[in-house]
Design a protein around this ligand. Structure first.
Ligand code: BGC
Length: 504
């Protein structure tokens, strides 16, 4: 009888690739699984790759703070520090009916917001899921779709008649467009680049406010665009409206970004605009800045701890080199980072030998929501993880493997949270908020749904600042792209009616 080839192993090909081999016979039922010991060895390797020491974090904060300053000093920087023309904080006394349209990374949302004054409001909304095709289709078509949804919303929720919209009356609209746009006025915005996997042609470099106005005209809508807003700016204003200790807003969702209130005199690159207060001075005027910090360390990759999995995520994205910080943090990418690590272990013959892994080999098939589920699995047997792997990927796992996947998810999620605290710390440093402390309004699926994300951000802040880090507290923000957008539209109307900074 010839010697049996049964067993598992791997060989390195002359090309450097690893080929995993497994041979079994008809009467073998058990699948070969990696031992507990092997998994523990591998975990140690990933721990050192994905762990950020406090010292490393402080170095990142230093580079980050310098980058923020640079963006305020000079136009067209990698982290553009965009002046938003949202002047100062709301008073809480803004009133009126406003439409809000929110084009985020995943959904399109239409809202009618009634600001009642004294910090009170009422909001009615509908949501539409965006398809992958729409994200890549012509830009004008995307705005036409927005206008079409608005039309349906207005017809259903407002209409004409008593107590409704009077003939000839138009409704003010705040458009939350959550992509980097350089603004010359509040109702203008030239798209610098698409992020979050969007790629709609004929849009980058163009004024999206103007494109959107064309779509409004096409559908003959009784609406006028009052303000073009980033989701972080909306979140900043809405959170301050309900909690005046809020000084910074952050979004950790499909993308990641921050906004804060800056003194106009601290934005040298717009000095030529001559924005002065009633006394003809610059000193007391404040303006919200949309940092677009997702772009930190783009192209150069000098400061962030990128692993080879991060490099693959970047190179295979539709925007290689760009949004380097965002690609290590945001919900769009975390699942893919975990998937790439698992695929490497499949290629090395460590995981899933003898099982068909084709389902797991599809890029982006492992949603970041799975990481949340893995981390929050409350059972000893990790039944949730069994479910994920059998149901979605037709793969069997042992307890040791499941514990390994959970530990990996934790490493990736924790790194994202600690990097997020580096960004927050940079703004705190820049504005000198550490001693007096401040609230940070935070929103987005990662912040709201990923177990332990806020605690890890706080832990990160203490690692950076020591005990004083406790003075900086994040909290779930008020709805920025609905309520925030309406407040900004109201503030803009009040400002323009008063003839203040009317040219912007
Ligand atoms: C965009 C930002 C946005 C953030 C969160 C990023 O990809 O560039 O404008 O604020 O995502 O939605």
């Amino acid at each position: 009888m010839p010697a049996s080839r049964r067993g598992s192993g791997s060989v390195i090909l002359p090309t450097g690739q690893t080929l995993a081999i497994h041979t079994r016979t008809q009467d073998e039922e058990d699948l070969p699984h990696a031992t507990k010991r092997t998994m523990a060895d591998h975990l140690r390797k990933y721990e050192s790759l994905f762990t950020l020491t406090p010292q490393r974090m402080r170095m990142i904060v230093e580079a980050f703070t310098e980058t923020l300053e640079l963006g305020l000093n000079k136009p067209n920087q990698i982290v553009p520090m965009i002046p938003t023309y949202v002047f100062g904080w709301p008073t809480g006394e803004e009133t009126g009916d406003f439409l809000a349209l929110d084009l985020g990374g995943t959904n399109l949302r239409v809202c009618l917001v009634t600001l009642q004054g004294a910090g009170k409001f009422e909001i009615t909304q509908t949501k539409y899921r965006l398809t992958e095709e729409q994200k890549q289709d012509d830009g004008q078509k995307l705005f036409d779709f927005c206008a079409e949804c608005l039309k349906t919303f207005v017809e259903t929720n407002i209409g004409e008649g008593p107590g409704m919209l009077k003939a000839g009356q138009t409704l003010p609209l705040g458009f939350t467009f959550s992509y980097p746009c350089s603004q010359e006025r509040i109702d203008h915005g030239e798209l610098i680049r698409w992020t979050k996997g969007f790629g709609a042609p004929n849009t980058e470099g163009r004024d999206v406010a103007e494109m959107f106005k064309q779509s409004l005209a096409k559908y003959n809508l009784p609406i006028h665009l009052t303000a073009l807003i980033n989701d972080t700016t909306g979140t900043l204003i809405a959170s301050h409206y309900v909690n005046p200790r809020t000084k910074i807003a952050v979004i950790f969702g499909t993308g990641c970004n921050a906004a804060y209130m800056e003194h106009v005199k601290g934005i040298p690159k717009i000095a030529h605009l001559g924005i002065l207060d009633e006394c003809g001075e610059e000193k007391d005027v404040d303006m919200a800045i949309n940092c677009e910090w997702g772009a930190f360390d783009s192209f150069e990759h000098e400061h962030l701890p990128r692993t080879k999995y991060d490099a693959i995520v970047d190179e295979t994205s539709n925007k290689p080199g760009e949004q380097a910080f965002e690609k290590l943090i945001s919900g769009r990418y975390l699942g893919e980072i975990l998937r790439l690590v698992i695929c490497e272990l499949i290629d090395e013959g460590v995981l899933f030998l003898g099982q068909n892994t084709y389902k797991l080999e599809k890029p982006y098939c492992l949603d970041t929501a799975f990481l949340s589920l893995m981390e929050s699995d409350p059972t000893d047997e990790l039944l949730m993880i069994i479910g994920i792997f059998t149901h979605f990927f037709a793969l069997e796992t042992t307890l040791a493997e499941r514990q390994f996947f959970r530990a990996l998810a934790k490493l990736i999620g924790r790194r994202a949270a600690r990097l997020s605290s580096c960004g927050i710390a940079a703004i705190v440093n820049k504005m000198g908020y550490l001693e007096e402390g401040c609230s940070v309004g935070a929103d987005g699926s990662l912040y709201n749904k990923y177990p332990g994300f806020p605690d890890r951000v706080h832990e990160g802040l203490q690692d950076i600042f020591g005990d004083k880090g406790r003075n900086i507290v994040t909290h779930h923000a008020e709805d920025g792209s609905g309520v925030g957008s309406a407040i900004i539209a109201a503030m803009t109307k009040i400002r323009k009616d008063a003839g203040l900074y009317a040219h912007v």
